[in-house]
Every structure is written in C-alpha cells, then in structure tokens.
Design a protein around this ligand. Structure first.
Ligand SMILES: CC(C)(COP(=O)(O)OP(=O)(O)OC[C@H]1O[C@@H](n2cnc3c(N)ncnc32)[C@H](O)[C@@H]1OP(=O)(O)O)[C@@H](O)C(=O)NCCC(=O)NCCS
Length: 155
C-alpha cells in the first residue's frame, strides 16, 4: 500500500486496489461525466485513494497489449488541488510498470495540463498503437475531441 503525506495538516493518503463494481467509484465517475459502462469488463484494474477511511479519489488502467490505458482518474471535487490526483496517477503508473507495461496512454478532454506536469505528452491518434485505439474508451466511449497522451514508463 502506498502512503503519502503526513499526520499533520496533510493526513496520510492510502492507495489500494478496489473492484470495478465499487459503488463509490461508479458514483464519482458519473458525477465527473467519465465513462462507467465498461467498469466490469476484463483486463481492468482500479484503485482508491483514501484519507481518514474515506475514498477521496480513484484511478485505474486497462491493459492493451504491452501498453496500458490509464482511465477513470477522478478526485472528489471537495478535495481537488491537494495532491490527491498526483498520488492516484503516480500509484496507477507504478502498478502498471510493476505489471510490465512499457508505455501508458490516456484520453482526456480537460485535464491535459495536469497530466503533462506528471510526464505525459500529447500525441496524434495516428501515432497510437491499434490496441490502444481499439479499447472501448478510445473507440467509442470518449468523445472524438478527447486529447490522446502518452508516457514512456521505462524513463
Ligand atoms: C484531474 C484531477 C484528477 C486532478 O485531481 P487533483 O486532486 O485536483 O490533482 P492534484 O491536487 O494532485 O493536482 C492539481 C494541482 O494542485 C496542486 N497541489 C496542491 N496541493 C498539492 C499537494 N499537496 N501535492 C501535490 N500537488 C498539489 C498541484 O501543483 C497541481 O497543480 P498542477 O496541475 O499545476 O500540477 C481532478 O481535477 C478531476 O477529478 N477531474 C475530473 C475528472 C478528469 O477530468 N479526469 C481525467 C480524465 S481520466
């Protein structure tokens, strides 16, 4: 379990796996307008960031060949801007790396600057592997206006 923060003004954030049918995961994604149709499909892994025993955010990835698609990165609107999103994203990337993934991709309509700060770069869809473009997120669930981003996990 990843632990971040301290016991003072910024209490410990714990990072742990959750099931795709976790009700709080679905609620938070729906509230943020992110896809929930395929949470129970095979090949996905989800994680929660909890503070004080309460889920403050979630994130996950799905495997596409030797790459992963980061997805469902969401933080409770009441605690945004406190570092929870960074903890979740780094935790999900660590999990994907530990699973042997070489590159991480993601789609976002509004959070590209946040992911750029973490190390992702914007890429053209034509440069993405077919296995990523064929995920339900890339092929149909996300709007065509979504920006595609990539990060090399070996670096
Ligand atoms: C994008 C999103 C996940 C970011 O979550 P967040 O918890 O607000 O993110 P963080 O607090 O880690 O980072 C936001 C900013 O707060 C700052 N920050 C404030 N306190 C911080 C702390 N203690 N530690 C680290 N960063 C801190 C960071 O510098 C960061 O600035 P940056 O974006 O310029 O790097 C969140 O806005 C969200 O849920 N959006 C809706 C869903 C979405 O669009 N998801 C992406 C597509 S899957």
């Amino acid at each position: 379990m990843l632990r971040a923060g301290d016991h003072g003004e910024n209490p410990v954030i714990e990072f742990e796996p959750v099931s795709g049918n976790n009700p709080a995961l679905k609620r938070m994604l729906e509230a943020a307008g992110l896809p929930t149709d395929d949470l129970l499909d095979a090949g996905r892994a989800f994680f929660a960031a909890t503070r004080g025993g309460v889920a403050r955010g979630f994130g996950g990835f799905e495997t596409a060949g030797t790459d992963v698609l980061l997805r469902s990165i969401v933080v409770d609107p009441h605690v945004r801007g406190q570092g929870v999103g960074h903890v979740i994203t780094r935790g999900v990337l660590d999990q994907a790396r530990a699973g042997g993934a070489a590159r991480a991709f993601l789609l976002t309509t509004s959070a590209a600057p946040f992911f750029e700060r973490i190390g992702f770069t914007v890429i053209d869809r034509a440069a993405a592997p077919d296995a990523i473009l064929q995920t339900r997120q890339a092929a149909s669930i996300c709007p065509v206006s979504a920006i595609l981003m990539m990060m090399d996990l070996a670096s």
